[in-house]
Design a protein around this ligand. Structure first.
Ligand SMILES: Nc1nc2c(ncn2[C@@H]2O[C@H](COP(=O)(O)OP(=O)(O)OP(=O)(O)O)[C@@H](O)[C@H]2O)c(=O)[nH]1
Ligand SMILES: [Mg+2]
Length: 182
């Protein structure tokens, strides 16, 4: 079976583990099409902060995806893991206004690394269900998203999600299928 290696990065508590649990549950459903349609995923799974690496495998349409989540606390050594991955999922917590700026700086550092130039990037703005969240345009301005997309070598797709509510999961599966098919 074909296999894709993905890296999942983002500051502490942005929702990396919840996303992986949601994807695992969703793709394990017998009737995935129906599950995707209903989007009735129940309560958000509970998590504890990831210490070290959280390895999760998801099978979708006969393709295997291996996600390697690095806990946000491991930020300083993320770069040790770049060489093994071809795809990057980077999550920003739109509700954590004090963290957004440092998350953006970390993203820029990741994108500037020589070892990530070949990667396809999925940039996720999570927690859009939160009343405190920054809007897409506020974050885009803060992040200078347009300039980044124009200057970065990587192919960047931006998605707004709420892993608590299950919003955006279908789009993630579509992205996986499109990008990882190559
Ligand atoms: N409101 C809201 N909360 C969310 C959402 N996604 C995740 N959370 C909450 O955010 C908290 C942290 O989620 P995790 O998935 O553990 O975060 P993480 O990115 O894996 O964190 P580290 O492993 O410490 O780096 C949990 O309490 C989640 O329930 C969301 O879409 N909306
Ligand atoms: Mg985690």
């Amino acid at each position: 079976m074909a296999e894709a290696q993905l890296l999942v990065l983002g500051s502490e508590g942005v929702g990396k583990t919840v996303m992986l649990k949601r994807l695992q549950t969703l793709t394990a459903q017998q009737n995935l099409a129906q599950a995707l349609h209903k989007q009735d995923l129940g309560e958000a799974p509970s998590t504890i902060p990831t210490i070290g690496v959280n390895l999760v495998t998801v099978t979708y349409n006969r393709k295997k995806y291996t996600f390697r989540e690095l806990g946000g606390a491991m930020g300083p050594i993320w770069n040790n893991y770049f060489k093994d991955a071809s795809y990057l999922v980077y999550i920003i917590d739109t509700a954590n206004q004090t963290q957004v700026a440092s998350s953006c700086i970390q993203l820029l550092e990741v994108l500037a690394s020589k070892q990530t130039q070949h990667m396809s990037v999925l940039l996720i703005f999570n927690k859009i269900d939160s009343p405190d969240r920054l809007s897409m345009s506020e974050i885009s301005a803060l992040l200078r998203l347009r300039e980044i997309s124009a200057s970065a070598r990587q192919d960047i797709t931006v998605l707004e999600c709420s892993f608590r509510e299950g919003a955006g999961l279908t789009e993630i599966l579509t992205w996986l299928q499109e990008k990882c098919a190559k």
